[in-house]
Design a protein around this ligand. Structure first.
Ligand SMILES: *Cc1c(COP(=O)(O)O)cnc(C)c1O
Length: 396
């Protein structure tokens, strides 16, 4: 056993040509106009919630993703919160979400007074299992007046939020079909998937709304930040309104027509975002290169599988991950220890949401695949710099 672990560590180290003392899981990379644009904010005084970089960032995001509209927000969780509200999620509703996700997918629902209803994962690309979900909904729901009712709880199931895990797109065609069948509004938590494509189309705007994140560990960063994507003009207008304290446009009056949120992205963060977005095509290339290297070194190694993009998609390979065979699941922690001790930062996947204390009583389907995945997944270093041929260390 120890020899397999040592071999894994050795192989990972051969891929990491950029070898400082410590290799982070995912660090930001600033190699473009970041200084210039941020300096412009400081020089002009436009650092806060309005300014030309906010407008430009929203336009650039729409152009890059092919969404008709993008509304920048203070972080990805805030974007998700507004997405749920725009999808009509109300107090006491249930919303279907994967248990294999970051806690924000569930928390943003709780902010709406709604209840997460946890769904099963599939073990190839780590998204939701559409087949099992279909069977499950067929068993436990009934449609009344175009509304999906959970027969077990009597509650209204309003929406389905899917997540493109580690950047790998879920099968959106099949999910759209399922949403039609059960009268569910589709939301995409695309926080990890900027630069990922489903059958040639950028993810995040297939459903009514989608959320992006630009947190420090994501593929591009604004320090903290997020965005709502939509193709619906009215939804986009509402998104802007709700994230800007529901203030009615007026040169000097402070008129607010409902309880809104201060979820705006400051101009100084948007300046970073504009500079980062300019480099995204380059980032995507280097990440693809790194993933290819990982794929090749793990190809003939028994005992684990390197997670790869689905045939129908092009992934951004935001975070690379290894899935240990079930016979090696007891070795996960030893491997994590060995990697981290060797200054190769690696982490398990998030704790499954249905196991967290605040969600332990939430409704769920059988989650045995997600539970098995949780025991066997390891996230390995995936920073942009690791895929660049001329790394910082070589240049200096
Ligand atoms: C990062 C992330 C979020 C939240 O984004 P923040 O900008 O950190 O608030 C939401 N969902 C998923 C799946 C994420 O990975």
């Amino acid at each position: 056993m120890m020899s397999l672990l040592n071999e894994i560590v050795h192989k990972i180290k051969t891929v990491l040509s950029y070898s400082p003392h410590f290799i982070a899981l995912h660090e930001p990379y600033f190699d473009g106009n970041e200084w210039e644009y941020v300096k412009e904010c400081l020089d002009t005084g436009w650092v806060s919630s309005v300014g030309k970089f906010v407008d430009r960032f929203e336009q650039d995001l729409a152009n890059f993703t092919g969404a008709k509209y993008a509304v920048a927000t203070v972080n990805g969780t805030a974007a998700l919160h507004i997405c749920y509200l725009l999808a009509g999620v109300k107090t006491g509703n249930e919303v279907l979400i994967p248990t294999l996700s970051f806690v924000a997918t569930a928390n943003a629902l709780s902010y709406c007074g709604a209840i997460p209803h946890f769904i099963e994962a599939e073990d190839k690309f780590l998204g939701i299992d559409v087949n099992l979900l279909d069977q499950y909904l067929n068993d436990i729901t009934e449609i009344k007046n175009n509304v999906c009712i959970n027969k077990l709880t009597g509650r209204h199931i309003q929406a389905l939020c899917v997540m493109h895990t580690l950047g790998h797109p879920v099968d959106l065609d099949r999910i759209v079909e399922l949403c039609k069948k059960y009268h569910l509004t589709l939301i995409e938590d695309a926080a990890e998937a900027l630069g990922s494509y489903y059958k040639g189309i950028h993810v995040g705007h297939r459903g009514l709304v989608g959320a992006l994140s630009f947190n420090g560990n994501k593929i591009i960063t604004t320090g903290g930040g997020g965005a709502i994507l939509t193709n619906d003009a009215n939804i986009a207008k509402q998104a802007k309104h709700m994230t800007t304290t529901a203030k009615l446009p007026h040169p000097w009056l402070f008129e607010h027509d409902k309880v809104g949120y201060n979820y705006r992205l400051p101009n100084i963060n948007a300046a970073l975002g504009c500079a980062q977005l300019e480099q995204l095509p380059k980032f995507l290339n280097t990440k693809r290169l790194l993933a290819k290297k990982y794929k090749n070194i793990f190809l003939n190694l028994q005992g684990l599988r390197f997670i790869q993009e689905p045939d129908y998609a092009k992934s951004n390979y935001w975070l690379n991950a290894l899935l240990l065979d079930s016979s090696f699941e007891d070795s996960r922690d030893s491997l994590l220890e060995l990697l981290n001790k060797s200054n190769v930062m690696s982490r398990p996947i998030w704790n499954l949401l249905h196991t967290l204390p605040m969600y332990k009583d939430s409704p769920r389907m059988t989650l045995s695949v997600a539970e098995a995945l949780h025991k066997r997944l390891i996230k390995i270093p995936s920073s942009v710099i690791l895929g660049t041929t001329h790394s910082k260390s070589e240049a200096s």
